[in-house]
Design a protein around this ligand. Sequence first.
Ligand code: 5GP
Ligand code: MG
Length: 176
Amino acid sequence: MIKVHDKTFVPFITREDIQKRVGELAEMINEEYAGKKPLLIGILNGSFIFAADLFRGLTIEAEISFIKLVSYKGTTSTGNVVTAIGMEEDLHGRHIIIVEDIIDTGKTLSSFLPEIHHRNPASVKIATFLSKPEALKYDIKADFNAFNIENKFVVGYGLDYDGLGRNLPDLFILSE
Ligand code: 5GP
Ligand code: MG
């Protein structure tokens, strides 16, 4: 058991299982993207550890860049608008792999993906470390998904609880 701030978490997925599975995803990408020089776009902050391990597993030519999403209330009926900070790359004709820490409701990605498509990439796929299928509310599906998990709060491997816990090499889940 570990404590982060006021909450108790218990071991959930070990670093060995994480490394094995992330290696498998990297292999899938190696096969599918050989000769295509994909551009991975990691979404900060949560994805940085997963993105680093996934990227290290690539043996093909590939590039990586990171962006930060800032959401604010839009004045349109769509409500929240998500803007990317730090996206300087020319995406035109590129094969893009978005790298996320976790797809929960899918809201973040569903508001951000149009911005990517707007820049005319050759293809766009999504790699996520975790998915919570029971929490999904938007039409978002990961193409490369390391683990499906139950609808409970987790920390570790880049994911935080109020800023802390990102440096844990294993994944922990909120204890009942
Ligand atoms: P979505 O837009 O898919 O609902 O939310 C995705 C974001 O919510 C993730 O990028 C992450 O920051 C946060 N999130 C959702 N579930 C969890 C969780 O179990 N643990 C942590 N640490 N963050 C989560
Ligand atoms: Mg996030």
